[in-house]
Write a protein that binds this ligand. Structure first.
Ligand code: HEM
Length: 489
């Protein structure tokens, strides 16, 4: 009897627990329900290994603007077409100036000082400084052109010294491009065999593999404290220590009348703020973060674009012949290329635009709505994360014929004599937070590619059949390793 009544009590209790659970679940559903004004979208979306393709595919089903969520929890709104992209990020740019980021970013390191992730007035000050610093170090000017050409010469010399028939170009291009960031940040370049330099780049490379776009830690950031991320934390700590060491060295040799690089400019800005009693936006605590972001944003992006370009050029040898014919006619072999030549090199310029279109190094940009704001037919509520799907815009079949084909001619006038800018190319983002390094990247892509093809002809080794052109999505979009043969021209 006692046993029977105990079992009844138990059943009532478990029913009660189930009921409480159900009510809590319904309340949670109601609390996190997606606002009605949002565009429709899939009930459940978790990014896979090809998130940029999956998100582009979803726009076929749900329309150019759709929302994604995990169950009732809204993750964000995805913008997939050029018109809405411009409406949101340019016309209504001030309302989308914030960058919403996965919580994990803040677990990895404080974002104070970050060019990429900071928001608000601090960010505006930081961006103003960044633009000023880039200009001061010759972005768009001959001084930087000379530095990039010098780096390209080192790169080509090293490529020339390789004994093997075929090489993997990735480490060579990565070192050359990273040296440009070293040059403007630390005032120096490194020899390609320098152990400190190789360790720095090795840590970046390793960390790129440890946390990707699809990592669970993006959604459950406390996972970052688990031992599986020990190596990431250790690499991050060492990289920070390296940059702080550089800052310390600069402090000891700082001379206001001789600005060597961005660290010096930062020190100068700190001093100026102190003297003027202005609020301290620039401080020692956060300086390392700004420098780190230049590496984070500016190294793999330009490197990967060059590597993608080289891959597609090797796939289609007539493209290479056309570029080289132009280079021979306009530059010859006796002098290095100059940005001024670009106007007379429409086919080369069109090829670079096509490299940027077909494989955008950052296929997605992240923003946040600063107020309730209408885009297209939908109101995006304040605070919503907005994904600008660069890949979808760059591959929109309504804007680009045969969008998956690598075809530089699409950026040429009908007679093929002029490069034609196309505003639907959104690889650097758009509006207030458009890539800070756009001009620098354009110089790098042009000068590295022209120096290389001026000196070498590039092809696939005969035993390498159809190297992959889909790549791997990490934090950016990386090509898989491939090999090329370089022949002196
Ligand atoms: C081909 C090379 C590159 C590509 C494709 C690229 C692409 C992008 C994209 C898509 C964004 C986000 C823009 C937006 O939200 O609208 C961005 C932001 C940024 N990029 Fe680049 N980037 C490249 C090279 C560089 C370089 C060389 C640097 C500097 C050394 C750089 C520094 C930055 C910074 C600091 C931001 C953040 C800007 C902000 O939030 O205000 N990028 N880039």
């Amino acid at each position: 009897m006692a046993e029977a009544s105990f079992s009844i009590i138990q059943n009532v209790l478990s029913l009660q627990t189930a009921l409480v659970g159900l009510i809590a679940f319904l309340v949670a559903l109601w609390y996190f329900r997606r606002p009605k004004c949002l565009p429709p979208g899939p009930w459940f979306f978790f990014p896979g290994k090809k998130a940029h393709l999956e998100m582009t595919e979803l726009s076929r089903q749900f329309g150019k603007i759709y929302s994604i969520g995990v169950g009732p929890i809204l993750v964000g709104v995805v913008i997939n077409d050029a018109e809405s992209f411009r409406e949101a990020f340019i016309t209504k740019g001030e309302q989308f100036i914030d960058r919403n980021i996965p919580p994990l970013i803040k677990w990895i390191a404080p974002i104070e000082g970050s060019f990429l992730f900071e928001n608000g007035t601090l960010y505006k000050e930081r961006r103003r400084f960044g633009m000023h610093a880039f200009r001061a170090f010759g972005v768009g000017q001959r001084s930087l052109e000379a530095r990039i050409n010098e780096e390209a010469r080192h790169l080509c010399d090293l490529l020339d010294q390789q004994d093997e028939e075929a090489i993997n170009p990735i480490p060579f291009f990565s070192k050359a491009v990273s040296n440009i960031i070293c040059s403007i940040s630390f005032g120096r370049r490194y020899d390609y065999t320098d152990p400190e330099f190789n360790a720095l780049l090795g840590r970046f490379r390793e960390n790129e593999g440890l946390i990707t776009f699809q990592s669970f830690a993006n959604f459950l950031p406390f996972l970052y404290k688990l031992p599986m991320y020990d190596q990431h934390r250790e690499n991050f700590r060492k990289t920070r220590a390296f940059i702080e060491g550089m800052i310390e060295e600069h402090k000891n040799t700082f001379d206001r009348s001789d600005m060597r690089d961005i660290i010096d400019m930062y020190l100068d800005e700190m001093q100026r703020q102190k003297e003027e009693g202005a609020s301290i936006v620039f401080n020692e605590r956060s300086m390392w973060r700004s420098i780190l972001d230049l590496f984070g944003a500016g190294s793999d992006t330009s490197t990967n674009t060059l590597l993608w370009g080289l891959l597609f050029i090797c796939y289609d040898p007539p493209i290479q012949s056309k570029i080289q014919a132009e280079l021979d006619r306009v530059i010859g072999t006796e002098r290095p290329p100059s940005m001024k030549d670009r106007a007379e090199l429409p086919y080369t310029t069109a090829t670079i635009a096509e490299m940027l279109r077909v494989r955008p190094a950052a296929p997605m940009t992240l923003r946040g709505a600063c107020s309730d704001v209408k885009v297209g037919d939908y109101i995006i509520p304040k605070g919503t994360t907005v994904f600008g799907n660069i890949w979808a815009v760059n591959h929109d079949p309504e804007l680009w014929d045969d969008p998956d084909k690598f075809n530089p001619e699409r950026f040429l006038s009908e007679d093929g004599k002029e490069y034609v800018h196309n505003p639907n190319l959104v690889t650097f983002g758009a509006g207030r937070r458009i890539c800070l390094g756009k001009q620098l990247a354009e110089m790098e892509l042009f000068l590295f590619l022209t120096n290389l093809l001026q000196r070498f002809s590039v092809s696939f080794p005969p035993d390498q059949l159809n190297p992959d052109t889909e790549g791997i999505l990490g934090m950016g979009h990386n090509p898989r390793p491939y090999k090329v043969c370089l022949k002196q021209r």
